[in-house]
Write a protein that binds this ligand. Structure first.
Ligand SMILES: Cc1cc2nc3c(=O)[nH]c(=O)nc-3n(C[C@H](O)[C@H](O)[C@H](O)COP(=O)(O)OP(=O)(O)OC[C@H]3O[C@@H](n4cnc5c(N)ncnc54)[C@H](O)[C@@H]3O)c2cc1C
Length: 480
């Protein structure tokens, strides 16, 4: 612990009490990781419970000149909540209060530690839900969703987090509390609320979020389509939307993933299929009937083998359980996994799936695909055993080539997980030096001392006003 961190610890212990400042080796080890394979080094962990406590902690960290790393549930997949070099982890997990629902305006203020699924559960009796539904929704927090601008299966039709956050209360690096956005639509001036969503904790700590609530659809139908070729399944994704139907969700699973999931969930998935599409349509009963007919017609012209329509809520829930537990099912194959969530235009799905197949075969790694196909948001999960350095090396190489293939096909680095550390040094693939320097200026306007979640998003050495950055490399030794 550095001198400044030691002095800060004394003051934080006095502020929060010894139970809410974690300093032991076990805690520091746990908080040095998230859901990714990035590992770091944690200094202190504070567990504030109110906005005032967050602000007081931030003032103390500011005075001590110590870095601050905001953290929700730690399910992030890019190392965003991982402290790389000591500092103070601010865990918002204890801030779990929800305000009263503003039914007239269909919105509610919640604290950042509230879990995503808990919002929809709490407002269901009002006929409402919170639409963005990451597959991790039982565990991930609203603060983390705001940090990453999270997506989910139903974001195809409903939009991602930024479309459902009307306002935020945020504590700035010096401890000042600001409110950005609000109930009134289209507030004047720059959209700073929009900037905070997806900023991965680099501009401040979000302490309350005003969420837009969406009416529950009157009718829903869920279908499972199975194909003997990944190419045909990929082509159907674009064809359904081209036929004028935007499903509420349009997810794909390849054979490797289907086999792992079926062993785990026993949902009756056809394990001999090359690819499955999980398609959900919603709306009025008439709209659902029409959309179902279109989906079935398009699928049949692309060689679908079977169309299974969920007959009741239990069957629908089972199909969604199969989809949403897919990442966990990888544990049946290998103890760990490595993935990127690059995006390609939907029209390039056929090509990118072929490229992923070639890359992973060449590197001799096992890839399980499960992804938000309608958004072109890929999740090629490379199963690996991290105790095998050769396999880990091949997985990293395959991941690198997949990122580059996606960008070459007109795609980009992340659809929902954010940049964090994992994709930070790929940013020059999609932004030139001047763009990166301009982004550094925006960040500096919020955080002049560079203490908020440093080393995330922008490649090492990116400076405000600086042009002509040297080419950057994925750092050695950050990965474990
Ligand atoms: C099995 C599994 C499935 C997943 N499926 C999806 C999916 O479908 N869609 C998707 O988008 N993601 C998915 N994820 C990734 C992850 O769950 C999301 O990125 C989620 O938004 C992270 O939330 P969290 O609370 O765990 O945040 P953390 O991991 O704790 O933090 C994420 C980022 O947000 C910042 N942050 C956290 N809280 C705050 C705050 N209060 N103020 C400011 N910054 C903050 C952190 O600094 C960090 O940069 C999945 C992960 C797993 C393990």
């Amino acid at each position: 612990m550095t001198t400044s961190t030691g002095a800060l610890a004394d003051r934080l212990r006095h502020l929060l009490g010894p139970d809410r400042l974690l300093e032991g080796d076990l805690a520091r080890s746990l908080y040095s990781h998230d859901g990714s394979i990035v590992g770091g080094a944690c200094g202190l962990v504070a567990l504030p419970e109110t906005t005032d406590e967050v602000a007081a902690c931030m003032r103390l960290a500011h005075e001590a000149g110590v870095d601050v790393i905001p953290r929700g549930s730690g399910t992030g997949l890019t190392g965003g909540a991982v402290p790389l070099d000591g500092g103070l982890v601010m865990s918002l997990a204890r801030m779990r209060e929800m305000g009263d629902v503003d039914v007239a305006n269909s919105c509610v203020w919640v604290q950042p530690g509230v879990l995503n699924l808990d919002v929809s559960t709490a407002v269901a009796h009002l006929g409402l839900h919170y639409a963005p539904d990451p597959s991790s929704q039982q565990a991930c927090s609203i603060g983390g969703n705001v940090g990453t601008n999270a997506g989910g299966p139903h974001c195809l039709a409903y939009g991602v987090t930024v479309q459902h956050v009307l306002g935020v209360e945020m504590v700035r690096p010096d401890g000042e509390v600001v409110v950005l956005g609000g109930v009134a639509p289209d507030p004047p001036g720059y959209d700073l609320r929009g900037l905070v969503v997806g900023a991965e904790g680099t501009v401040g700590i979000v302490t309350r979020v005003l969420l837009r609530l969406t009416p529950l659809p009157p009718d829903v139908r869920t279908m499972l389509l199975d194909f003997l070729s990944v190419t045909e399944a990929s082509a159907v994704v674009q064809a359904i939307i081209a036929a004028g139907v935007i499903p509420a969700a349009l997810e794909m699973m390849d054979r490797n993933m289907t086999m792992a999931v079926e062993e785990f969930v026993h949902a009756g998935l056809p394990t001999d299929a090359a690819a499955l599409l999980l398609v959900e349509v919603d709306g009025t009963a008439a709209e659902v009937d029409t959309a179902t007919a279109v989906v079935e017609r398009v699928a049949r012209t692309h060689g679908v083998r079977t169309v299974r329509v969920a007959q009741d809520e239990d069957e629908r829930a089972l199909l969604w359980k199969a989809r949403k537990t897919a990442f966990g099912a990888v544990a049946r194959v290998k103890p760990s996994y490595y993935l990127h969530d690059c995006v390609v235009p939907r029209t390039r799905l056929v090509e990118v799936m072929a490229a992923i197949g070639e890359i992973t075969a060449r590197e001799g790694v096992m890839c399980l695909n499960v992804f938000h196909a309608g958004d072109g948001n890929l999740h090629p999960i490379i199963a690996l055993d991290r105790s095998d350095p050769d396999e880990t090396e091949r997985a990293m190489r395959a991941g690198d080539q997949i990122v580059r293939a996606c960008v070459a096909l007109g795609g980009t680095l992340s659809g929902e997980h954010g940049i964090g550390v994992e994709k930070r040094d790929y940013m020059p693939l999609v932004f030139d030096h001047d763009d990166l320097a301009a982004q550094a200026c925006v960040r500096r306007a919020f955080d002049p001392d560079g203490r908020m979640n440093p080393d995330k998003i922008l490649p090492t050495g990116t400076r405000c006003g600086e042009v002509g950055l040297a080419d950057t490399q994925v750092p050695e030794g950050t990965w474990i």
